[in-house]
Design a protein. Structure first.
Length: 318
């Protein structure tokens, strides 16, 4: 289906480009800022663009606009993105001078596919055997499912019972054995209506799984040895709820309270909320520039939440 029409005036996106246009952009990066008719970025500008500034995980660092890492002695640059209707990924090897521009409009991992395409290209250029196809891993295949097996109990006595079955993780719920699907590290999708709003997550202590989370619900595992009661400022009671706006990328989010902390939850992610001065809250890690403010508190509930300049409004759905 064609993506819905959106108008976007900020400087960080919404550029209409074909895959060939994106490939031209990758060639400019592989040439360290030089285009076919002269420089687009100065040497200093390209260095600033690719200089590691923030640890992005999995060996990647983020600079002023690009992910970078050194792999096998080669400097790699990359970035992901998307628009309504597709996801994109660029990936380049600055030492080999080879790159990938990728757009997909269906299920799949742009990162995983771009990695494989670059490996194919490198093998072909250097006359090496082509790499095998990446394994088609089932989402129900879980690494070390026994880590999560056991009973987890909420403060009010509700229980989650998890069991390991070879490479699968099973939730025993309402008389059924439900096979979980892996998402991010320690986070799982539960294909059951009772778990429709959030992913089921787990927390560790010294590498051992000790607790489980589902939205605002917290469950202590059999190995959990920490506190079981948590305080929070009274004014935070007005914030939890479901908020919506017309933003097509982030049309809604939920604010929850868990273990005395505020969290902002989207479809498959959750971010910590940290109070700042003047009634502002930071969403995300210390370096995040996202800011959140709640207002129009009526009857003990905030009716609006402004996320980095975009107003969201409380709705009645959970």
């Amino acid at each position: 289906m064609p993506g819905t029409w959106v108008e976007y005036g900020a400087g960080d996106g919404c550029i209409a480009a074909t895959p060939a246009d994106l490939a031209a952009y990758v060639r400019m990066l592989l040439n360290r800022g030089a285009g076919p008719r002269g420089r687009i970025l100065s040497e200093d500008g390209f260095h600033l663009l690719t200089r590691p500034a923030i640890d992005a995980g999995e060996g990647w660092s983020y600079g002023y606009g690009l992910d970078t890492r050194v792999e096998g002695g080669h400097t790699m640059v990359a970035h992901s993105g998307g628009m309504i209707g597709y996801y994109a990924r660029i990936l380049g090897d600055l030492d080999d001078g080879l790159g990938v521009a990728l757009i997909i409009n269906g299920p799949g991992s742009p990162k995983r596919l771009a990695d494989y395409v670059l490996q194919l290209t490198q093998s072909a250029v250097h006359g090496k055997p082509l790499p095998p196809l990446p394994p088609d891993e089932s989402p129900t295949k879980v690494k070390s499912p026994a880590d999560y097996a056991g009973t987890f109990t909420s403060p009010d006595g509700r229980k989650l019972v998890l069991a390991a079955d070879k490479e699968r993780l099973i939730l025993v719920h309402d008389g059924r054995r439900i096979v979980l699907e892996a998402r991010d590290d320690d986070r799982f999708y539960v294909p059951h209506a009772d778990f429709a709003l959030f992913l089921l997550g787990f927390g560790r202590d010294n590498g051992k799984v000790v607790e489980a989370f589902y939205g605002p619900d917290w469950y202590a595992g059999e190995r959990y040895a920490g506190p079981r009661a948590f305080d929070h400022p009274k004014e935070w009671d007005a914030f939890p709820g479901h908020y919506r706006t017309v933003n097509p990328w982030e049309p809604n989010f939920r604010i929850i309270l868990r273990k005395g902390n505020l969290l902002l939850c989207t479809t498959d992610d959750e971010e910590p909320i940290t109070p700042l001065e003047g009634g502002l809250y930071r969403v995300g890690e210390d370096y995040s520039a996202e800011r959140l403010r709640f207002d129009t508190v009526i009857g003990g509930r905030a009716l609006q939440a402004n996320l980095s300049g975009i107003p969201y409004y409380r709705v009645f759905t959970p």
